[in-house]
Write a protein of this length. Sequence first.
Length: 487
Amino acid sequence: MADPKGFLNHGREVAKTRPVEERVKDWNEVYVPGSLLPIISKQASRCMDCGIPFCHNGCPLGNLIPEWNDYAYREDWAAASERLHATNNFPEFTGRLCPAPCESACVLGINQPPVTIKNVEVSIIDKAWDTGDVRPQAPERLSGKTVAVIGSGPAGLAAAQQLTRAGHTVAVYERADRIGGLLRYGIPEFKMEKRHINRRIEQMRAEGTRFRTGIEIGRDLKATDLKKRYDAIVVAAGATTARDLPVPGRELTGIYQAMEYLPLANKVQEGDYVAPPISAEGKHVVVIGGGDTGADCVGTAHRQGAASVTQLEIMPRPNDERHPVAQPWPTFPMLYKVTSAHEEGGERVYSVSTTHFEGDEDGNVQWLHLTEVEFVEGKLTQKPGTERKIPAQLVTLAMGFTGTDRENGLVDQFGLDLDERGNIARDAEFQTSVPGVFVAGDAGRGQSLIVWAIAEGRSAARGVDRFLTGASELPAPIRPTDRSLMV
């Protein structure tokens, strides 16, 4: 145990963020560099090393949280890094992007603010990179088997790294021009600088993983041809079909899906553009959708110099604190969350629904018409007399995703079965209806968190390894049927 009295002697203290007026002028991560290390030992000491550590239940990766908290408290960074990597291929990604269901399940959180697990995690991995404790782990021998991984998001990268280390020859196919999937082009730079992806890719290359960018399976290369080339295939193409808003005026110029808008801002940071083709500069921006993707649009619009930013959510405003009956510990509660993007300004409007858009004579969106809604007998119903309009010269739709891409032909060319939710069906080994073709991540699970994507990639890798060799020593932290610890 780190410190028997740590949780009594120290309160919760999180990473400091840079002043709003400073950070909205650049695209660097919002946190003050180096602000965690001076406080992280005390924060790690708050871990109680519970007899039953429910943080394990909150995290699908099965992270050994009490163990690396203890090492972080003692400032044994090498040991902490080893324990961290034992269950997680990319802790620098999860430490920055995961909403931390482990903290919601922390036993200390029953009657105190929980341990800053996420901050401890990112401190350990950043220190490991600085000290050179993160090294390539090339396999001792090759199996002679080949695997293609379709998609280079967290699920695809985790599966690829596990299978490469098991001795298989792995090639990752990515339809974009750079590796990383939504980590690369869906997550803004201010949430995670892309240097973190780049150095992981270099580590994986040194281990033997091969990368093929600019190739979309189904369009540029037929799925059937890919299957002939490889002994096994992992489909980790994500759930990229965005939910649309079919209301009058949707066709107006200036209304975009979030994943049409966000990648362009990232491409500016990559040097592909001097200015983004779609910009919020000087415009009244409306973001439809109250989740993390919506918040990413809000923060991006601030940095592009929007005249105003309004975020709309059809559901009621969440509670500030966990409801002991409706959202009991250790479930992951839906609480009112103020992200760094929300700290930077803008208005958040709850319990409203868009009725239609209004444009100018040139077909550009100018106004968004909305109405308040309420639940009546369990159904969302418009409240009469609450209609109004707000200025909207740029609208981004951030309402989630409905499934994997069907238009590129990948699903049909492989002949894959889908489940009742439209995801690619798989068995207990993550294998699809086609022998030798496996699925991991959102393509099989549906839209989910980054920790679930990595856990899926690791688990699918075990299924592939067993398929190729008859046995496997790779870990499988989850089953395809496992679900988040939520009410």
